[in-house]
Write a protein that binds this ligand. Structure first.
Ligand SMILES: [Fe+2]
Length: 293
């Protein structure tokens, strides 16, 4: 059992990003340690996003919870596959120990066991947890194949734009976009239901921000979505109702996921600012070293 938990970022003006997440996006304060601040959702994970003040906008790691036997299996498979693997003890509020695995294009995945939980926060408007992180890739097929071989993840669907990959029964916890370069594509936060997504959109509109894409309902995963370009550059998504799938889910191909003309979502209501999103999806790249995680 592997569960997506959190993403760790470093960026200039982390205080402004913290203000965005706390006062607009709807995350809650999970404390500040040194130059790193932690933001949590309404669920039981100790934090979902960490923000470390730094010169460049980098993704330090994407963190998953797993039991120690699963981590041992990943350590072996990742090393056998030629990936860089480093044992680690977490210094963040989630505690735990495990490994850092560096994928071929620089994405660092952290797998931890022995992590802590916190009491959930009541309130339907807040993001509950992360539901997926999408990474741009120079070679999305090769990266997804490595995620299957080295991490035990499974491809759920392929479209012309992406390879959707799962680590649990949720249709996708990560996806690799066929961008031609490595960077962070977006971070998706799970909302309790569709009403919570709509209230989130309203909260963002109260602060003068309209969705850059959506609302709408995706094809693969069937999740409801609304994407925004945050003031610190990263694309963030409110999402809900992602499909729960069985082990024998038939892997879809790009031919299975072709939209009719003039349609980019199941409902036929979604607008998308392609240019602004493409620019924002290049802002966060992967940290060159593991040492700051
Ligand atoms: Fe998404």
């Amino acid at each position: 059992m592997i569960t997506l938990r959190s993403i760790e970022l470093t960026l200039p003006n982390a205080a402004a990003a913290r203000d965005f997440f706390l006062n607009r996006w709807g995350l809650a304060d999970a404390g500040i340690v040194g130059v790193t601040s932690y933001l949590r959702g309404s669920g039981s994970f100790p934090y979902l996003v960490s923000l470390t003040e730094g010169e460049a906008s980098h993704v330090l790691s994407t963190t998953f919870e797993a039991d120690s036997a699963t981590i041992d299996a990943i350590r072996l498979a990742a090393k056998t596959s030629g990936l860089m693997v480093v044992d680690t003890v977490s210094r963040d509020p989630g505690a735990g120990q495990g490994i850092l695995v560096r994928l071929p294009e620089g994405e660092v995945f952290r797998f931890l066991s022995g992590t802590t939980r916190v009491d959930p926060i009541a309130g339907r408007d807040l993001p509950v947890k992360l539901t997926h992180v999408v990474m741009n890739s120079a070679d999305a097929e090769a990266t997804a194949e490595m995620a299957e071989r080295a991490l035990g993840f499974k491809v759920s669907d392929r479209t012309r734009g992406m390879v959707f990959v799962r680590c649990s029964a949720s249709h996708h916890s990560v996806a690799f976009a066929r961008a031609g370069y490595p960077s962070l594509n977006h971070i998706a936060f799970e909302m309790e239901d569709m009403d919570a997504v709509m209230r989130g959109i309203g909260r963002m509109r109260d602060h003068g921000a309209a969705p850059a894409w959506g609302p709408g309902r995706h094809g693969p995963g069937a999740n409801v979505y609304a994407y925004f370009i945050s003031p610190f550059g990263a694309v963030v998504e409110y999402s809900t109702a992602v499909e729960v799938i069985a082990d024998d889910y038939p892997v879809g191909s790009p031919q299975d996921w072709t939209w009719p003309p003039n349609r980019i979502d199941q409902w036929g209501i979604s607008d998308k600012d392609f240019g602004a999103l493409a620019k924002a999806e290049k802002v966060f790249t992967y940290a060159p070293l593991l040492e700051k995680v």
